[in-house]
Design a protein around this ligand. Structure first.
Ligand SMILES: NC(=O)c1ccc[n+]([C@@H]2O[C@H](COP(=O)([O-])OP(=O)(O)OC[C@H]3O[C@@H](n4cnc5c(N)ncnc54)[C@H](O)[C@@H]3O)[C@@H](O)[C@H]2O)c1
Ligand SMILES: [Zn+2]
Ligand SMILES: [Zn+2]
Length: 391
């Protein structure tokens, strides 16, 4: 089968790899019909993780079941399914508590928890930017889709990661109807967090970034854009709230946060949140931060190389704020969000800028990584249906 394989920093090639196959009686094999490139893939693409060369990328996957293992009893051949990026067993101590994001048995390294497809430090699993994907514990992990699945793939594929992840940011931030919420980052995850806050009935949602095309998407859904090249988010928010600050906020950027000129500083968005959110407000941090960053900050001799991020903890404590962090437990939300899509109450595909064939993955990585104008979200169709530029 063909797959998009990571070779070395900033090089992805599409080549033949061994077909995905059933390795355990609970596995299912999915013919991938839609698979996204994610901001998380870019950390790997840029060589900023331990991701091994020769491994297939892709953790935002949906498709049609083509084979089921002998112990699979719910999922059937022919059904369309979307797969949470988290791979979970369903029976470990963490999964029992609903924390499928930190499953203990699918992560083979005893000191770690949490597994994913085609992801650094999250187990040995291949990614779904390929014609076929092996899904462990198919009955537990696959979310089945309705009859409109094939037709509305660009909506449903967002259930694999970014829609539940954006939603999770708003859950950790405790966004409620009427709240005033600030989101840092207008990438796909930030836009999904803003969209989720608005779906929950937030009164006002600001989105801060320095990419004008992404900020336009935020404006399209009813959020207030803050271009950080021109305005300081905390000032804008305080001015609009009698100096108090937002009720809560979401961090959707991660450790590669930078100023508008491109200078990296992993504390920028966290400190921006602490400053913009009022006393006792909640902060939901879904942007990825890592215990080590040898590919980035070490060269510049910074503490961040060891995962140390200097944040304004004194101010955060003084304000009595709470912070939630980590990978999103996609399974906690994907069923309800699926039903919002099915019921025409949510349309997360508004962020999609490109639908391409798998062969176009190398160029798509290049453009998305450069945050080129108009490349907000790429959906790859490894088994056909790529129809070029969406707009
Ligand atoms: N926790 C999870 O489960 C989870 C899931 C998916 C993605 N993520 C992470 O979420 C983050 C965002 O993902 P994405 O796909 O949207 O990535 P992306 O890289 O496409 O978007 C990030 C955006 O942040 C902006 N940005 C950079 N520095 C900024 C700053 N100082 N202030 C404001 N905006 C700034 C960039 O211009 C860009 O538009 C990544 O770190 C990704 O790995 C986490
Ligand atoms: Zn992702
Ligand atoms: Zn588990």
């Amino acid at each position: 089968m063909k797959a998009a394989v990571y070779e070395s920093p900033r090089t992805v090639t599409v080549k033949d790899v061994p077909d995905a196959k059933i390795e355990h009686p609970c596995d299912i094999i999915v013919k991938i019909t839609a698979t996204n490139i994610c901001g998380s893939d870019l950390h790997m693409y840029e060589g900023r993780t331990s991701f091994e060369s020769g491994r297939t990328l892709g953790h935002e996957n949906m498709g049609q079941v083509v084979e089921v293992g002998s112990a699979v009893s719910k999922v059937q051949v022919g059904e369309y399914v979307v797969l949470p990026f988290n791979i979970a067993c369903g029976f470990c101590k963490q999964c029992e508590r609903g924390l499928t994001n930190y499953c203990l048995t699918m992560q083979p390294e005893p000191a770690l928890a949490g597994a994913a497809y085609g992801f650094a430090e999250m187990g040995p699993y291949q990614g779904g930017q390929a014609e076929l994907l092996r899904v462990p514990y198919g009955d537990f992990n696959a979310l089945r889709l309705g009859e409109d699945a094939a037709e509305r793939q660009t909506d449903y594929v967002m259930l694999a990661d970014i829609f539940p992840t954006g939603y999770h940011a708003t859950e950790m931030a405790h966004v409620k109807p009427g709240d005033q919420t600030i989101v840092f980052g207008a990438g796909p995850v930030g836009l999904m967090a803003a969209y989720s806050a608005l779906l929950k009935g937030a009164g006002r949602v600001w989105v801060a970034d320095h990419q004008p095309d992404r900020l336009r998407k935020a404006e399209e859904i009813g959020a207030i854009p803050i271009n950080t090249a021109e305005q300081e988010p905390a000032e804008v928010v305080k001015e609009a709230t009698l100096g108090l600050g937002a009720d809560n906020g979401c961090e959707c950027v991660g450790y590669q946060a930078h100023d508008p000129s491109g200078q990296e500083d992993a504390s920028l968005t966290l400190n921006g949140l602490i400053d913009s959110v009022r006393f006792t407000g909640d902060l939901g941090v879904v942007g990825v931060f890592l215990p080590e960053d040898p590919g980035g900050a070490e060269a510049q001799g910074k503490l961040e190389a060891q995962g140390k991020v200097p944040i304004d903890f004194g101010m955060m404590w003084f304000k009595g704020q709470h912070m939630g962090t980590g990978q999103a437990p996609v399974k906690r939300y994907n069923r309800a969000l699926r039903d919002l899509i099915a019921g025409d109450k949510a349309k997360p595909s508004f962020i999609v800028s490109h639908e391409l064939g798998l062969d176009e993955a190398p160029a798509a990585y290049e453009h998305f990584d450069a945050r080129d104008e108009g490349w907000t979200k790429v959906v790859l169709h490894p088994n056909g249906h790529g129809n070029g530029h969406k707009q």
